[in-house]
Design a protein around this ligand. Structure first.
Ligand code: UDP
Ligand code: MG
Length: 325
């Protein structure tokens, strides 16, 4: 064994999870205690509208190993993951959903691999759980692009991962404002191992992903990680150009042969085709400019409204620091 008794920080983003939270806390606590793994649980309340924060606060009061961070509004799961990692003090940190869809048994397995020297342990989905066919297809295309962009197989990847301290710091050092944890934690390299797991059914509450949220998420991450759409635009430009050359030659031949080109059909089709290619291309470029604009603004990834730890030590520390600055 390379490492022994290192402390494990478990980062759990939570958005409207009041129904699952108490159960998650007790399940994790029980299994980690049984396995004799020293741990801390860091819940990041991503601007929940229900009583999630009260639940977290209660768990913190009961157990000093549980800590809470509350965002000032919903900033999204990625931001919550980053906030949790920034708070993690352990020798390694794991990220998992707080709806117990990521089985805690796999967490233990990840920790053991880390003890054996792995620096990044990726949770790989053996099955995706129940999903609609349209969803599955869209997800397929998304992952195909992301796999190309990151150079690692993303199709079965998940946010369920365990990172060594070094890897956590590497991820936190990345300056981009809009993060994509799965891709970043693969991109950094390090000694990587995998653990397969089955996605569990959600026991209570609902999935936080509507169709629109998923599309926005996909576009954001593709734009953030891949120049493939730009290459595609370039390819379309070249194709249209060759098409234009051939059509141009045909038109000239006809002209010199004495029959001028007939009808408007060709003209209309060409205008439509070229017009739409140009519009789409502008749109694609627009996505990238929007991304550059977002990054250049340099706004914080998230805003923390409140931190919680037993006896509220942490909170008073924070205010004190805030006042000095
Ligand atoms: N989540 C979050 N912020 C959001 C949406 C989701 O922190 O804006 C958390 C959520 O509480 C859960 C995890 O991300 O712990 C995964 O969300 P969910 O279970 O809704 O997604 P699914 O499992 O359906 O992909
Ligand atoms: Mg879930």
């Amino acid at each position: 064994m390379e490492r022994e008794n290192g402390r494990l920080s478990v980062v759990l983003p939570a958005y409207n999870e009041e129904e699952m939270l108490p159960k998650t806390v007790s399940v994790l606590r029980e299994i980690l205690e049984r396995e004799q793994i020293p741990f801390e649980l860091i819940f990041v309340d991503d601007g929940s509208k229900d009583t999630t924060w009260e639940m977290i606060a209660r768990a913190c009061d009961e157990d000093s190993r549980v800590r809470g961070v509350r965002f000032s509004r919903n900033f999204g799961k990625e931001a919550a993951i980053m906030a949790g990692l920034a708070e993690a003090k352990g020798d390694c940190a794991a990220v998992m959903d707080c709806d117990l869809q990521h089985p805690p048994a796999a967490l233990v397995e990840m920790y053991r691999l880390w003890e054996d020297g792995a620096e990044v342990v990726e949770g790989v989905k053996r099955s995706r759980g129940r999903e609609r066919i349209t969803h599955r297809m869209a997800v397929g295309i998304f992952y195909w692009i992301m796999t190309k962009a990151t150079g690692t197989d993303m199709s079965r990847a998940s946010d369920f991962r365990l990172l060594d301290r070094k890897a956590v710091d590497s991820v936190l050092e990345m300056p981009e404002r809009s993060s994509f944890f799965r891709a970043q934690s693969s991109w950094i390299g390090y000694k990587t191992r995998q653990v397969e797991f089955d996605v569990q059914e959600r026991e209570a509450g609902t999935s936080k992903w509507g169709l629109r949220a998923l599309i926005r998420y996909a576009v954001d991450n593709i734009v953030g990680y891949s120049a493939a759409p730009m290459h595609f635009v370039m390819g379309a430009g070249v194709a249209v150009f060759f098409f234009a050359v051939i059509l141009g030659i045909q038109t000239l031949v006809r002209y010199f042969g004495g029959h001028a080109a007939t009808g408007f059909t060709t003209v209309i089709l060409l205008i439509l085709l070229i017009g739409s290619v140009i519009m789409i291309s502008l749109g694609v470029i627009g996505f990238y400019i929007a991304r550059i604009y977002e990054e250049v603004k340099g706004r914080p990834r998230y805003i923390v409204a409140e931190m919680k730890q037993r006896a509220n030590l942490r909170e008073s520390e924070e205010t004190a620091r805030g006042e000095r600055e």
